[in-house]
Design a protein around this ligand. Structure first.
Ligand code: IPE
Ligand code: IPE
Ligand code: MG
Length: 247
């Protein structure tokens, strides 16, 4: 099937059974670059194009929400040069893509410990969120400096603090209240999580939110993840029986 045909939902996919919310662990940029004899950063740059096309594809095919893991709390452990490159890349992409996101009705938000990011990146993040806040075509969430354990501890501290101050009763702490304090509050849990590059792990991503998410692993390296690959992943998703513990 040509890329052109895939501009609309492939006929073998059932519109009514598409995931509402797709999440991606975009892994394999470094290996993609290495295979081609390039430095790792070239892989990150190429990965941006893959993400951009997936976002557009989700919108074209009627998927309401996409969440992408861009930088984990553990990724600070990489060489300074790579971390610096990524921070500058995030900032540049946000600036460059803002007009197009507005034109296409993309609402962008971010999850993660944003306050530890470079100030210029924080400013770009705030600006892009404010400028796209009313858009409704698709909700695009980018996880930057995100770690699920960090997120869960943050919620525990907030709720414990509220109990301590007498603002809420201990008995009021339940799944619903907990959820409302996560970075992802207000967004439904992902229906489908895709991890590229052949690694079969979650790497501290959305551990609370994916309790009943369908998971798909593919050996494809992230920069090579295209509409054909996404089509295959969705065909797999539509074969699954989501029982949620029921018989
Ligand atoms: C994913 O690709 C991007 C980030 C984690 C920022 P990697 O950089 O992890 O690429 P590999 O896994 O080393 O190939
Ligand atoms: C997960 O990929 C984080 C992102 C894709 C941003 P990593 O490459 O950091 O994960 P590990 O180290 O292989 O678990
Ligand atoms: Mg990796």
């Amino acid at each position: 099937m040509t890329a052109k045909l895939l501009q609309t939902l492939p006929p073998d996919l059932d519109q009514a059974r598409l995931p509402h919310h797709v999440a991606v662990i975009m892994d394999g940029n470094g290996r993609w670059a290495k295979q081609k004899g390039f430095p790792r950063i070239i892989g990150h740059r190429q990965g941006v194009d893959a993400l951009k096309d997936l976002l557009r594809c989700c919108k074209d095919w009627g998927i309401g929400a996409l969440t992408a893991y861009a930088f984990s709390t553990e990724n600070w452990g990489r060489p300074l040069e790579e971390v610096d490159f990524l921070m500058v890349l995030f900032e540049r992409i946000l600036r460059r893509e803002l007009t197009e996101m507005c034109d296409e009705g993309v609402k962008i938000t971010f999850v993660g410990d944003l306050e530890s990011l470079p100030l210029s990146l924080q400013a770009e993040i705030q600006h892009s969120m404010a400028a796209t806040a009313k858009n409704q075509a698709i909700h695009f969430t980018v996880a930057i400096n995100y770690g699920s354990r960090h997120e869960i501890i943050k919620v525990c501290r907030q709720l414990a603090g509220a109990v301590q101050k007498g603002e809420i009763k201990l008995e009021q702490v339940d799944e619903s209240l907990f959820q409302q304090h996560l970075y992802t509050a207000g967004e439904s849990d992902p229906d489908f999580l895709i991890r590229t590059s052949g690694e079969m792990r979650l790497s501290n991503f959305l551990l609370w939110q994916i309790a009943y998410t369908e998971i798909y692993f593919t050996p494809t390296l992230w920069p090579n993840f295209d509409r054909q690959e996404f089509h295959q992943a969705l065909l797999d998703y539509q074969k699954r029986d989501r029982r949620f513990g029921k018989a």
